[in-house]
Design a protein around this ligand. Structure first.
Ligand SMILES: Cc1cc2nc3c(=O)[nH]c(=O)nc-3n(C[C@H](O)[C@H](O)[C@H](O)COP(=O)(O)OP(=O)(O)OC[C@H]3O[C@@H](n4cnc5c(N)ncnc54)[C@H](O)[C@@H]3O)c2cc1C
Ligand code: FES
Ligand code: FES
Length: 472
């Protein structure tokens, strides 16, 4: 077993625990810190949240709230792992006090998760606005208190801290002064910098894990005793331009996509689409490479990238090859990936900025749910004509697919409500959905037609009333 070392709350810990063990099990069963709650174990409830802090390449300390049930303990090596116990000061801090004052806790099972999520948000937010805080806490469920008092506690806290900790370069120092963080946090940066890595050896004997947000739900028992290959530790995330392409590292997460200035300059603000994907703690780990290789027919990031006609760069040791994403799927959950091969990056032409992009997702509930049907569209318009169209669709075939016949119909055509109606008909005809818990085949086919119409409404400005009349 490899030995690795990290800061757990205020203490340096050395452990020989298998790197694949979930942080949830490590802190509860090996260390006895029971504040981190064991509940859904699928990333769905937020009761197990912890903070993971790391020094960035510029030497800054950056924390994220993550679901410990999906997080391998190997990710903590050389970093600061914080459980709710590590947020306790001499008495109640402002986050806990706001919860008490507003009656926002009854049985208290969910409360540690809310405290960690709120602290993680305060460490990172620029806006101190309630709407943004509610997005950050959307993955935290409470079964007994009701959300009105929790919402009041968050609003009260933001009002209290806005102005005192909002400005200034050192958020950690400001939150420590405000009592949100205990005093030892001001020394963590230096302690991590001085923490010598034990360079854990021991070849990986488990699966390749990126964010683990699919794997820890699907294969927990295989991962827990293993030493998985932790891709996020070896392949840095990042988005840059190269040879007229936008290049996204395969370890780019959904949250990175949401926050990337490079991507925003090319495709506009994608946050309204990305907020429909998972909760923020899961988005912080859910990578594009994992989404593509998991090969779910409704993978949201895969559908987004298909409509940009993205290309994959596949790597095996020093060998590289490229393949279009549209050719990567061979059948249900079958992908064109050789033994030992990984997706290293995903790229698409930066000229996509000359078009307009849209994503539509329909699920049983709007947020925190996987899609019944999803679809993305990129259109290049020339006056009142569609010059070029790329459309993708999920949930309507065994694989995430391009709508080739619909694309061919739209290219070169004058924009009209009648064209939208014909495009919807063609899209319905070129897919083969199956009936399952997310809807019948007929429902999904109908839905896809509506999503194609929605794309043309959003991107071409076709009047909704004309669309209804064209539909007869
Ligand atoms: C609570 C919850 C909500 C979710 N909601 C959504 C949602 O709304 N929409 C959605 O699309 N998905 C959702 N997911 C699924 C999941 O988060 C995504 O599919 C995510 O992108 C998977 O990425 P990952 O890095 O976590 O993959 P992992 O779990 O680490 O890996 C998945 C698979 O891909 C392989 N792999 C990973 N990276 C690479 C690579 N670079 N090269 C080769 N193989 C690789 C792994 O070996 C594994 O087989 C949700 C998951 C959870 C737990
Ligand atoms: S136990 Fe529910 S998110 Fe981890
Ligand atoms: S207080 Fe009981 S689950 Fe939230």
């Amino acid at each position: 077993m490899a030995l690795f070392r990290f800061l757990l709350n205020d203490e340096i810990v050395e452990t020989e625990a298998p790197a694949g063990m979930a942080v949830l099990d490590f802190v509860r069963d090996r260390v006895g810190l029971k504040g981190t709650k064991h509940a859904c174990r699928e990333g769905d409830c937020g009761a197990c949240l912890v903070l993971l802090g790391e020094l960035t390449s510029s030497g800054e300390l950056h924390y994220r709230a993550l679901t410990s049930c999906l997080l391998p303990i190997g990710e903590a090596e050389g970093r600061h792992l914080v459980t709710v116990e590590g947020l306790a000061g001499a008495g109640l801090g402002p986050v806990q006090q706001a919860i008490v004052d507003e009656g926002a806790s009854q049985c208290g099972f969910c409360t540690p998760g809310f405290v960690v999520a709120m602290t993680g948000h305060l460490l990172n937010t620029e806006s101190f606005e309630l709407d943004e805080a509610l997005i950050a806490l959307a993955g935290n469920l409470c079964r007994c208190t009701g959300y009105a008092s929790i919402r009041r506690a968050i609003a009260y806290l933001l009002d209290d801290l806005r102005g005192t900790v909002e400005d200034g370069p050192d958020r950690i120092a400001a939150l420590t002064r405000a009592g949100v963080l205990p005093p030892y946090f001001t020394t963590v940066g230096e302690r991590l910098a001085a923490l010598e890595s034990l360079s854990p050896e021991g070849a990986a004997d488990g699966p390749l894990v990126a964010g683990g947000s699919d794997l820890y739900v699907q294969r927990l028992h295989e991962l827990e005793p293993a030493t998985p290959r932790l891709l996020l530790r070896e392949l840095p995330a990042g988005i840059h331009t190269e040879d007229c392409d936008l290049v996204l590292s395969a370890t780019t997460t959904a949250e990175d996509l949401k926050r990337s200035a490079v991507l925003r300059a090319t495709l506009g603000d994608l946050s309204r689409f990305l907020d429909l994907i998972c909760s923020e703690p899961v988005r912080q780990r859910a990578t594009i490479g994992g989404n593509i290789v998991n090969a779910s027919p409704i993978g949201d990031m895969t559908i987004l990238l298909l409509a940009l006609d993205a290309e994959l760069v596949l790597a095996c040791e020093s060998e590289r090859r490229r393949t279009p994403l549209r050719a990567f799927y061979r059948g249900y959950k079958q992908v064109d990936l050789g033994p030992g091969e990984i997706i290293e990056s995903v790229r698409f032409p930066a000229t996509r900025r000359s078009g307009a992009f849209n994503f539509e997702k329909v699920s049983k509930r709007t947020y925190l749910d996987i899609a019944s049907v999803n679809s993305a569209a990129w259109l290049r318009l020339d006056g009142d004509r569609i010059d070029e169209a790329i459309l993708s669709a999920g949930g309507v075939a065994p694989i995430p697919m391009r709508l080739a016949a619909t694309e061919a119909l739209l290219a070169g055509q004058r924009i009209s409500a009648e064209l939208a109606r014909r495009a919807a008909d063609v899209a319905r005809a070129e897919v083969k959905p199956i009936s399952d818990v997310r809807g019948s085949a007929d429902y999904k086919r109908l839905l896809l037609g509506q999503l194609v119409i929605a794309h043309l409404h959003v991107l071409c400005g076709i009047d909704a009333r004309e669309l209804v009349e064209a539909a007869g």
